[in-house]
Each structure stands twice: as C-alpha cells, then as structure tokens.
Design a protein around this ligand. Structure first.
Ligand SMILES: C[S@@+](CC[C@H](N)C(=O)[O-])C[C@H]1O[C@@H](n2cnc3c(N)ncnc32)[C@H](O)[C@@H]1O
Length: 201
C-alpha cells in the first residue's frame, strides 16, 4: 500500500518545476543569519535535507559551505543537480550519515512526515550531526494534520508540542524557537510557521 509519504513524493515528482517557480524567489536571509550565527564562524559541511529545487543549497554553496543536497523526489534531485553535483535521492526515513555535518538545514520539509515517525527521523538527523552541530527546521503551525488540494500530506505542530518532541531526542538542546507569518503571503495568508535551531550536545 502507498504511504502518505510516498503519495506526497509522487506529487513533488509531478510538480517540481512549478514548485521551483513558486518558491525560488523567497528571501530567507533572516533565517540564514539566525542559523549561521550558531556555527561560530565555521564554514563546514551542510546537509540540505528535503532540499527541493535547491534555492538554499545554492545559498550555502555561494557562501563557501560544502553542501550535500538530499531529497526523496527524483524530479527535485534532477533540479538541484543543476546547482549542486553533490546531491542524493534519499528518503528522510533512510538517512544513513554518521557525525558528518556541521549543519542540517531542513526548510519546510519534515512537515511531510507522519507524526508517529517524526521522532525516529529526528534521531537519524541527530546521528548525522557532528558534536556541537546545528539543526534548523521549519514547520507549519496547527492543530490538525491535513492533505492539501494538490494531495500532499502535512503534519502540523503547536509550539509546545514541537518543543517537547525536540527536547525528547537524546543529545538535542533547543537554542532558539520562534513563530512567524508565512513568507508566501499570496497563497497562505493565514499560515503561521514554527522555526527552531537545535544544537547536538
Ligand atoms: C515544501 S518542499 C521544501 C523544499 C525546500 N526545502 C524549500 O524550502 O523550498 C518539501 C520537500 O521535501 C521533500 N520530501 C517530502 N517528503 C520526503 C521524504 N519522506 N523524504 C525525503 N524528501 C521528502 C519533497 O520532495 C520536497 O522537495
């Protein structure tokens, strides 16, 4: 039987180009600054997890980082390969890195994981970080999980819930957590997002 994750990945395979058109211009400068300051000047290795077409991978490459771009959608990997030859088709659930990255950057991607699986994916992310490594994620705030009009599955979180899940992962310490309005105002006027920076101790 097809899982909600696979159904969502099929949608991204079919709509990768239109997703790129809708999101390539989004300005995440504030977020980059907010996260990079926790690296203490290190220009190390970044895992762009659920990289999509590669807007953020390109930013980190241009800023001097060594970037691995990972996504579960073949079509997204084809797009990101144009900006980063170091890209890999892989599902979050199958992450297999060990102590390798200074930063795992996960913008608007872990929200496609069903809640009962999120903790095990977070543990794989922790394992992929070096000690003192930094993890950034953004997710939609909300009380109900849903399937959108394109057929993509979304888990949503309340701030307290997200805090509790992150703190429950051995070795994770929340450095910063915040709420903010959507940066894509024309399509999601009411959507509030949660962002967090977590450090592996
Ligand atoms: C909303 S897009 C975000 C893309 C990019 N990070 C950005 O900020 O524009 C979600 C991305 O997560 C990927 N994705 C969704 N579920 C996945 C899974 N189970 N494993 C790996 N990638 C997944 C999708 O293919 C898509 O590229």
């Amino acid at each position: 039987m097809m899982t909600l994750e696979d159904q969502t990945l099929n949608l991204y395979d079919r709509n990768a180009e239109s997703y790129k058109t809708r999101t390539d211009h989004i300005n995440l400068e504030d977020h980059y600054d907010r996260v990079i300051r926790f690296l203490g000047g290190r220009k190390g290795k970044v895992l762009d997890l659920g990289c999509g077409p590669g807007r953020d991978s390109k930013f980190f490459i241009d800023s001097g980082f060594s970037v691995t771009s990972v996504d579960g959608s073949r079509a997204m990997i084809d797009l990101v390969s144009k900006v980063n030859e170091n890209s890999r088709l892989l599902k979050f659930e199958n992450l297999d890195y060990c102590c390798e990255f200074d930063l795992v950057w996960s913008s608007a991607s872990l929200l496609h994981i069903e809640k009962e699986k999120i903790r095990s994916v977070l543990e794989l992310i922790r394992d992929s970080l070096s000690l003192g490594g930094v993890f950034y994620l953004s997710l939609k705030e909300g009380k109900k999980n849903f399937i959108d009009d394109q057929g993509r599955y979304f888990s949503t979180y309340e701030m307290d819930e997200l805090e509790a899940i992150l703190e429950s992962v051995d070795g994770f310490k929340i450095a910063k957590i915040w709420r903010q309005e959507s940066l894509v105002t024309h399509t999601e006027e009411q959507q509030v997002w949660l962002g967090a920076v977590v450090v592996r101790g």
